[in-house]
Design a protein around this ligand. Sequence first.
Ligand code: GTP
Length: 359
Amino acid sequence: MPDLEAILLVGGQGTRLRPLTLGTPKPLLQTAGVPFLAHQLARARSFGVRRIVFATSYKASMFEPAFGDGAAFGLSLVYMTEETPLGTGGAIRNAAEALTAGPGDPVLILNGDILSGHDIGEQVRVHRAKQAAVTLHLTEVDDPSRFGCVPTDEAGRVTAFLEKTPNPVTNRINAGCYVFTRSVIDSIPRDEVVSVERETFPGLIESGELVLGYADRTYWLDVGTPTAYVQGSRDLVLGKLSSPALPGPTGEYLQLEGARISPEAKVQGGTAVGARAVVEAGASVVGSVLSDDCVVEAGATVTDSVVGQGARVCAGTVVRDAVIGDGAIVRPGNELQNGVRIWPGIELPERALRYSSDV
Ligand code: GTP
């Protein structure tokens, strides 16, 4: 396949992932030991992408220091920033100023928060073969009522973009990876807030353009919520999705440089242990993300949770399905469950919480 250009959408605020995204944009959150985007960059490269334009907005200045010119990934990276967020369509149009592709060339568009095992090369081949305006990756989910759904006809042509409904007509949903013919991107209005999902795609369908669906059931995850983010990291460490960007051997856990895990601690279920993080004797950490420099003290239990950078989970504490913000301290006698989120820097006194709520 000829070299391919891509636009990576990374300008969203990631509100559903707060407080993790207060200091770090979602695409840079450490996932299985590396910034989330590293997995997407490596996968894109493996399918023939050679040049990527980042569409940045929220915390825009943090991306270039993280990935530079892309040489480490065998890619050429360019950074474009919106002065004010332009939505997914406006961001694509703005980033397109930096593309080199000609009007008839395909351009890959990736949402910067999706882990997907689908065959990008095949999606591009289908797009070229049928000379579509846009070819959308569609994934099939068991419960489509939580998403908008995307019905197609027998030939794969997308017939509508439907909002969330309790009775969806199909279990196929928009998987956040598109191939656009370059000239179609140029038809998006410039310097305006535009949503591809709500405006561009329905508009193209309405005007009779060929919008194709490329459907499959490979691994797919939108890491937009804390639960999904932890699952993504866990799945990568457990090897449920392969990634060329993993920083070390995978298995029950992944350990970054300088991490110290007591031989009397139990660390398993795809846990990622950040650089210089400490897990003391008798602690149990299962299926979780331990960020750099955090500490899980003796006898504490951390399950399906995120412990932020430099945070401390004190002796005997129970943390399950929770997010502990950067630098927060959870004193002994607390039991955090059911999606509770502790904001960065908060010190939770002894025995303050035994139920779920935000702090
Ligand atoms: P939430 O606030 O939690 O909904 O997350 P989000 O801000 O990332 O929004 P969403 O998940 O809908 O965004 C899908 C993709 O588009 C993500 O990769 C975002 O980074 C990106 N995105 C959303 N809005 C914008 C925007 O205005 N500009 C740019 N450049 N990217 C955007």
